[in-house]
Ligand binder design. Structure first.
Ligand SMILES: Nc1ncnc2c1ncn2[C@@H]1O[C@H](COP(=O)(O)OP(=O)(O)OP(=O)(O)O)[C@@H](O)[C@H]1O
Ligand SMILES: [Mg+2]
Length: 355
């Protein structure tokens, strides 16, 4: 089921939580709603579910305006951060519970359906346990099974993995992806974790302050951010931002001239910020002209990656080293060359992408 938000507005007294948002969630896709705390993710989800009424604007499921459709008739399954399982019921009873209202289903059929879902979410060995006797990941699976019980056309997940440890999070997000692909349910997955959003979704909606910043496939969002916020929010290690001005067709980072073609069409004297991803920079080869020179401040290794840090106009700029760490010492003056991806220019004041 396609979900379409049209000029959706939600105000809580003076606070505008969601500010005239237009989003289309594609049928059968998993879309991540990504953004920092307080940007309006849960509010959007709750309006889709019918838990919160919009202040203005429209929500369509397919061609239908659902303004007058109550929560229980929307065909939406929801999974919350705290799972909210019924503690006194067994796993089987929890999964069966939403089916109780389906009078046309005989008890045996309800149990049959619940067992199928338990199998899909891999909790079929745990049917007689109560939530208190399950691990976080197992509780999460039960919550997903329960949300799917009524065969919803839409599955809404609000930070469903945030109570789990790092390893289980990774495992569970792959599970959610698998279940979504097996059921073809249209899913909206709320998270503030960019890596989680990138790894799980077909499309990412990036939000800030109740407004949509960019809608794109995960890799497009990373490779082609539409503004400085998008560039900064995605990527680990984070992109390095260096302030400067355009002078004589070059980017001047304080006193250091930086050669980068992207500034050529920008007017002289404009205050701009250069965003440099760590993989976008390398030590120059002896036979190529350097784009700028800088002094090594430090170097470090994380797992299999070696990084060096130089300083540009007071800002640290990190880059991956492909060569032996020992060939460099702190304080060395090095020549650096940009690779052809991962460098962006932004307007200093608005953060708009210039090139
Ligand atoms: N019931 C409410 N009354 C007043 N303000 C609210 C209410 N619910 C949310 N807000 C405000 O609306 C804004 C958006 O809140 P929302 O819960 O949608 O953010 P979020 O993106 O889900 O954040 P988080 O990642 O922390 O869960 C915030 O500024 C919040 O304080
Ligand atoms: Mg929230």
């Amino acid at each position: 089921m396609q979900i379409r938000l049209e000029n959706l507005l939600k105000k809580f007294n003076e606070t505008t939580a969601v500010d005239h948002v237009n989003i289309t969630f594609q049928e059968g896709a998993l879309t991540a709603l990504l953004g920092p705390s307080g940007c309006g993710k849960s509010t959007i989800l709750n309006m889709i579910a019918g838990i919160l009424p919009p202040t203005d604007g429209k929500i369509y499921f397919g061609e239908n305006d659902v303004a007058e459709v109550p929560m229980e008739k929307r065909g939406v399954g929801m999974v919350f951060q705290n799972y909210s399982l019924y503690p006194h019921m067994t796993v089987l009873q929890n999964i069966c519970f939403p089916l109780e209202s389906k009078k046309e289903l005989k008890k045996a059929a309800r149990i049959e359906r619940a067992k199928e879902l338990a199998k899909l979410t891999r909790v079929d060995e745990l049917l007689s346990r109560r939530p208190g006797e399950l691990s976080g990941g197992q509780q999460q699976r039960v919550a997903i099974a329960r949300a799917l019980a009524k065969e919803p056309e839409i599955l809404l997940l609000d930070e469903p993995l945030s109570n789990l440890d790092a390893r289980l999070r990774l495992e569970m997000r792959e599970e959610i992806r698998r279940i979504q692909q097996e059921t073809h349910v249209t899913a909206v997955f709320v998270t503030h974790d960019q890596e989680e959003a990138m790894s799980i979704s077909d499309e990412v909606v990036l939000l800030k302050g109740g407004t949509v910043q960019q809608v794109a496939a995960p890799q497009t969002l990373y490779d082609n951010p539409s503004n400085q916020f998008a560039a900064t929010f995605l990527g680990n290690p984070p992109i390095c931002i260096v302030n400067g001005i355009v002078q004589s067709g070059r980017f001047m980072a304080g006193n250091t001239p930086v050669r980068w073609d992207g500034v050529k069409h920008v007017e002289e004297g404009r205050k701009v910020a250069l965003g440099i991803r760590s993989e976008a920079l390398k030590l120059s080869n002896t036979n190529e002209e350097a784009d700028f020179e800088a002094t090594i401040q430090s170097k470090y290794i994380i797992g299999r990656d070696a990084l060096a840090v130089v300083e540009l106009n007071g800002q640290p700029v990190r880059f991956y080293l492909t060569e032996d760490l020992d060939c460099l010492s702190d304080g060395d003056l090095v020549s650096l060359t940009f690779r052809n991806k991962g460098v962006f220019l932004f307007d200093c004041e608005t953060g708009a992408r210039l090139s």
